[in-house]
Design a protein around this ligand. Structure first.
Ligand code: CO
Length: 145
């Protein structure tokens, strides 16, 4: 940050992992993306700790997660109530969540997790504050090897 042109940070980001889209009605959204756009549909799972139902689809290698809040106090429900349905976050694949927390904190980028938290399918995730990313909620996904 601020070190001028050509500076390559020691980030361990490997690739885009998924795009998270907040929806009001998951079944309707699946019809739109699977039957309308024709994306490959992997299935629906619930993540009770995040109070969310997730539909996973693929456009080629690119993973799309449709997110429906479970209950009014779900973060996704609150997002939809405040801003309407739409793109919610970008997620990048990393190798070491704790190292990223330490690195980002060290360069003044605010993270929402002091430790990686459990995500879906054995992953661990870290969220970066949207204000630190120009309004884009950013998730870092540590994928088990
Ligand atoms: Co996500």
């Amino acid at each position: 940050m601020g070190r001028g042109h050509g500076y390559t940070p020691a980030s361990m980001i490997k690739q885009l992992h998924h795009i998270g889209i907040a929806v009001e009605d998951l079944d309707e959204a699946v019809r739109r993306y699977r039957d309308g756009l024709g994306l490959r549909f992997e299935g629906i799972s619930e993540v009770p700790s995040e109070r969310v139902r997730v539909a996973i689809l693929f456009a080629g290698e690119t993973r799309i997660e449709l997110l429906e809040g479970v209950g009014e106090d779900s973060p996704i429900s609150k997002f939809v109530a405040k801003r309407g349905p739409g793109i919610h976050h970008l997620a990048f694949e990393i190798t070491d969540g704790q190292a990223e927390i330490d690195r980002l904190t060290g360069i003044g980028i605010q993270v929402l997790d002091q430790k990686p938290r459990p995500g879906a399918h054995g992953t661990k995730v870290v969220f970066v504050h949207p204000k630190a990313m120009g309004g884009v909620l950013t998730e870092l996904v540590e994928v088990p090897k």
